[in-house]
Design a protein around this ligand. Structure first.
Ligand code: SAH
Length: 421
């Protein structure tokens, strides 16, 4: 196997289990005999050694500033049962957390406790850098963020099928997540198992439902954003349910209506769901109709958030509870300044429209924007509008999106619940 030798003293962070080797830390690469090119192939397994030739770990080689992502510390090669044992450990953790309460996807059950929707693998948080696996009832969606994970996709799929009892189908969805220029063999998107067949009841693929805390969602793995759903807001959605009673609610950036369904179940007076994507709005309507067939207090609108809020303000519209869950405004560090301005602007618009005694749930999922910076942006918004604002809750990503303590970069979702007077 190819060895990557670090410069002196560059082994320190690996000894503290941080899984990334930056290209600047590398002294030289000793290629194994199979190589014709002058460098390792992207996605190849390499052994990382210190300047004193001590084995530090084995990981996937990548082109870019992160040159290696470590999979197993202290190992020269991957143990033979590596994928099985890592996937097993990830599943056991979700089970131990009491997250999975319906392993049988047989009937639609609206009981509150039923949940068959969860993140099985959260990259570095599950010691599998570059890999995401989300489970929706009997379907798992695998997403590779590195060529190394792409190369291993079939082994990963086999391990998921073997270790997660509810999973029968595996969809692979890495079109948008693999490094843009990487030379990738094989399809970046498609079924890794035979596609789900209509069941004896004649279910079509469009009729597959996933259940989160007793609410049914149609997950569009094929055309939806990310792996099809934003599982990371599950706990925060449940908190909205607690505050929704008799409220006029605006769910801005609603995607397929996650927060809206919880607000409706919580007894909201009215719920307005807004997203710029018409496809998302169509799914919101399907989801509301499925869970609340006789609801007449929900409207869904395809519109740009900034334009919608400006128009509503002109019309004198106000709300008791607003949810703002925008897409990542900063995808990179150099975009942070603009992102903070964006957060301030959208939050100011929302705070202006909240009735006295109302509540704002506001989020940022930009990893490059930390908690303090986000809070400062929201503070600036409150000050700009001149309302009295107090923080009720500070929210974050849920337990199936764990943060590896040695990899603080894994913390990305943050939210504030504000009481506005
Ligand atoms: N709250 C959602 C997830 C939101 S993801 C949930 O619980 O599932 C962010 C959403 O913002 C996406 O659906 C995207 O289509 C939408 N979006 C992006 N830019 C927008 C804009 N300018 N105005 C309104 N919606 C926008």
């Amino acid at each position: 196997m190819t060895s990557v030798i670090l410069k002196p003293h560059k082994e320190e962070s690996l000894k503290r289990f941080h899984p990334w080797v930056f290209s600047g830390a590398i002294s030289r690469v000793v290629l194994d005999a199979s190589h014709k090119a002058a460098a390792p192939e992207e996605g190849e397994l390499v052994c990382v050694r210190s300047a004193a030739n001590e084995v530090l770990g084995v990981g996937h080689w990548q082109v870019g500033s992160i040159a290696v992502r470590i999979l197993a510390f202290g190992e020269e090669t991957l143990p033979t049962d590596f994928w099985l044992s890592r996937i097993r450990a990830a599943y056991k953790m979700r089970e131990a957390l009491g997250l999975i309460t319906d392993s049988q996807f047989s009937t639609l059950n609206s009981q509150l406790s039923i949940n068959n929707t969860f993140r099985l693998v959260h990259g570095e948080g599950d010691f599998l850098p570059g890999l995401i696996v989300d489970v929706y009832a009997e379907t798992a969606v695998i997403q590779a963020h590195s060529v190394g994970m792409h190369v291993c996709r079939n082994e990963i799929a086999e391990a998921v099928l073997s270790e997660v009892p509810q999973v029968q189908n595996i969809y692979y969805k890495s079109d948008d997540t693999l490094p843009f220029k990487a030379p990738v063999e094989g399809e970046k998107t498609g079924w890794l198992t035979t596609p789900p067949q209509p069941s004896p009841q004649g279910r079509e693929i469009e009729e597959f439902w996933s259940i989160e805390n007793g609410l049914s969602f149609r997950i569009d793995w094929l055309r939806g954003q990310k792996t099809g759903f934003f599982i990371d807001q599950r706990e925060n959605r449940a908190l909205v349910e607690r505050y929704a009673k008799d409220k006029d609610v605006l769910n801005m950036f609603c995607y397929t209506g996650g927060f809206s369904l919880y607000a409706l179940r919580g007894g909201a007076k009215t719920v307005d769901s807004v997203d710029v994507s018409q496809k998302a709005i169509d799914l919101v309507n399907v989801n509301v109709a499925r869970n609340f067939p006789s609801a007449t207090n929900h409207t869904a609108v395809a519109a740009d958030a900034f334009e919608y809020l400006s128009k509503q303000k002109e019309d004198g519209k106000t709300y008791d509870l607003i949810i703002l869950d925008p897409p990542a405004f900063a995808k990179h560090r150099d975009a942070v300044k603009n992102a903070l301005r964006g957060y301030q602007r959208i939050n100011a618009k929302a705070i202006e429209m909240i009735r006295s005694g109302g509540i704002l749930f506001t989020f940022s999922c930009s990893q490059a924007v930390d908690k303090e910076a986000f809070r400062l942006a929201v503070f600036s918004a409150a000050a700009q509008v001149g309302r009295k604002v107090r923080i009720l809750h500070q929210l974050h990503q849920p337990q199936d999106h764990p943060i590896n303590i040695y990899h603080p970069e894994g913390e990305y979702l943050k939210g504030l619940v504000l009481y506005v007077e």
